[in-house]
Design a protein around this ligand. Structure first.
Ligand SMILES: Cc1cc2nc3c(=O)[nH]c(=O)nc-3n(C[C@H](O)[C@H](O)[C@H](O)COP(=O)(O)OP(=O)(O)OC[C@H]3O[C@@H](n4cnc5c(N)ncnc54)[C@H](O)[C@@H]3O)c2cc1C
Length: 413
């Protein structure tokens, strides 16, 4: 813990948004002895049902290490599935299959399937156990003004502004912080929705995550505990709306017809959810005394389950920059720190966003292009170094990873 921690009367950093990115950032800062205030317009996830609601995230090994470093993963472990194979295939093509052996250095799983609701509750519990974190719920940001050495934040229902050195927007795709900072984004809507559903499988899934590039869009089948699978099915918005409201029996029949024998017999086990899909990347990830992270800074096509992973990498990099500055007593909202964060994250975010966009376009293209793409996949699948390269990208391995992505807590020195 930083030596300055006990002498600090109030938080110097305010995080708006208590989603997985905002809460992970708060835990990372607190681990380094830096107090922070977290505000969210919603209420505590604790009050929600403890049953699995059907939504799950695929998390790369390097992002899982962030939660290991912050003592979050232990509480998730019992209900988290380790993905040992990933296969990607296009109709009529030859699949690329990655397995643990394709990660030359470390071995270990290619990813982890984490239940979304369990993750929210676990992060929230850890945050409430941390004396350096103050959390305010049902609270929205209504105004900001940069004031000399800090930034004044106005919250709904409060007369006196809160003064901090740094405001971090982790408030999701419609980010108020991003809008109030005047940060523009570029990208487009896919005119498609991601339909999420959970099915019980008849055939053992053998811990394999499968991606099928159907003509209408990609369909991911992600393995869960108890031989269940989470489907992320991309469809045109109007079709997805129909699919999400039809009866369970009609939905099962539609799914069976689209995917043939791809996953064998299955039964729907819970509600269906739809999410409009967009690719948006903020033109800057910082402004004066403001930084943005997670979906506030970028939303991407979910075909390879990389959105939250990108947000967690933002956290690892931002926390490292802030902690380095804190250790030498610098202003935590200084432009140099925020620019260094932006510079470090932008290449990875852009590469991932455009790669997902490209895959989606390639495999939803007219037939000859799809056929070529499918042949291309077969060729890549046959070349071991190419497979190893793709496996490393999928697993989030990076040469020069920040401390948290190497599983090292700040509190360990
Ligand atoms: C279909 C689908 C499947 C996906 N699957 C995966 C996957 O397998 N793996 C993966 O890595 N990613 C996946 N993603 C992406 C992932 O869901 C997001 O990247 C992730 O949820 C972003 O987290 P966040 O904390 O940035 O934002 P959010 O989860 O959106 O949290 C934002 C928080 O901010 C609060 N908030 C919003 N506005 C305000 C305000 N004005 N004032 C105060 N509080 C506010 C909200 O209440 C919320 O708590 C998927 C996305 C979709 C659509």
């Amino acid at each position: 813990m930083s030596q300055r921690a006990n002498s600090r009367p109030k938080p110097e950093i305010c995080i708006v948004g208590a989603g997985p990115v905002g809460l992970t950032l708060a835990l990372a800062l607190a681990d380094a002895g830096i107090p922070c205030l977290v505000v969210d317009r919603g209420t505590a996830p604790m009050s929600q049902s403890t049953d699995f609601d059907g939504r799950a995230y695929s998390i790369s090994p390097s992002c899982w290490k962030i939660w290991q470093a912050l003592n979050v993963s232990d509480a998730l472990e019992a209900r988290t599935l380790r993905v040992t194979h990933i296969s990607a295939e296009s109709a009529g093509g030859h699949p690329i299959i990655f397995s643990e052996g394709d990660l030359e250095d470390e071995g270990g799983p290619l990813g982890y399937m984490v239940e979304a609701d369990l993750l929210s509750r676990t992060l929230y519990r850890r945050v409430t156990e941390q004396p350096l974190i103050t959390i305010k719920q049902k609270c929205t940001l209504s105004g900001i003004s940069v004031a000399g050495t800090g930034i004044d934040l106005k919250f709904s229902g409060e007369k006196t502004p809160t003064h901090v050195s740094l405001l971090v927007g982790c408030d999701g795709r419609e980010s108020t912080v991003r809008k109030q900072a005047g940060i523009h984004w570029f990208g487009h809507d896919y005119n498609a929705k991601g339909l999420v559903a959970t099915v019980a499988l008849e055939r053992p899934h053998e811990n394999a995550a499968r991606q099928s590039f159907l003509k209408s869009g990609p369909l991911a089948i992600l393995p869960l505990m108890n031989n269940m699978a989470n489907l992320v099915w991309t469809e045109h918005s109007d079709v997805a709306d129909v699919l999400s409201t039809m009866s369970d029996t009609d939905f099962e029949a539609e799914l069976a017809e689209r995917i043939g024998d791809f996953i064998g017999g299955f039964k729907l086990t819970g509600p269906r959810y739809t999410y409009p899909l967009t690719m948006r990347v903020a033109e800057n990830f910082h402004a004066d005394r403001i930084a943005i992270a997670g979906d506030s800074a970028h939303t991407i096509h979910p075909l390879a389950g990389q959105g939250l992973n990108l947000g967690l990498k933002d956290v690892a990099v931002m926390a490292e920059k802030i902690v380095e500055a804190d250790r030498v007593g610098l202003d935590l909202g200084a432009t140099d720190i925020l620019r260094a964060y932006d510079d470090a994250r932008r290449p990875d975010v852009l590469t991932t966003a455009f790669a997902m966009d490209g895959f989606d376009k390639l495999f939803s293209a007219a037939s000859p292009i799809r056929t070529l793409a499918a042949i291309g996949m077969g060729i890549v699948g046959d070349i071991k170094p190419a497979r190893q390269f793709l496996a490393r990208q999928t697993s989030g391995e990076q040469g020069d990873a920040p401390r948290l992505m190497r599983g090292k807590a700040f509190s360990l020195g």
